[in-house]
Ligand binder design. Sequence first.
Ligand code: IPE
Ligand code: IPE
Ligand code: MG
Length: 236
Amino acid sequence: MDLKIPGHIAIIMDGNGRWAQRRGLSRIRGHEAGAESVRRITRECARLGVRQLTLFAFSAENWKRPRMEVSFLMRLYKRYLVQERQEILENNIRFINIGQPHALPAYVQKELEITRERSARNTGMVLCLALNYSGRAEILEAARRFAHDACRGIHRVEDLDEALFARYLAQPEMPDPDLLIRTAGEMRISNFLLWQLSYSEIWVTPVCWPDFRETHLHEGIEAFNQRVRKFGALKA
Ligand code: IPE
Ligand code: IPE
Ligand code: MG
């Protein structure tokens, strides 16, 4: 297999609830099973030489779910962060997170911080967890911060271009995703990385996230290899 490996893969991990409901289980069992997919796909991406993997774990809109489900998810993120820390460190993975952390329970914020700090000097794959993330909120926040700096005379409004604006996003160094994977069949972006996905290749699989395995990831990468990326130009 001589495949081009996407530098940055972003995944909308969807379908945990449907996976569980089809088995007559409660939705939270689906979230629990999804954690195993996170482990396996992270390991496989690192092995393949992916430079960044960004996982959409909780959207700013997901607070609208029943309180029980939200609180189960928060405890699951904590458990995941604690249990996976060693594996992340041993594999030279650098952990980061995007989204508004302040609305998350303090015990999640704490574990995020510990994993982020301990892995900060790692030089391998970047693992980015999007928690309480909204693409529009990220763009708004960037606009707000730019406006502040413009008012203070740090930048001239006329100088604002894409590169300067991108410096105000949550992770200015982050390359745009090459491949966006969405599991469970829905053909939408659901307020994920709105700025960064402008030229990403999108691959949607009907497989629900708890069933998503290495072979499915390979399928997505193979599909990516069939795409002709033109960025508005003509085929090279
Ligand atoms: C994705 O699975 C996980 C989160 C959004 C936290 P869902 O819980 O959205 O699963 P479905 O879409 O209801 O099947
Ligand atoms: C997107 O899935 C968010 C995450 C995977 C965390 P949702 O299930 O929340 O998206 P919608 O509601 O189907 O658009
Ligand atoms: Mg869903």
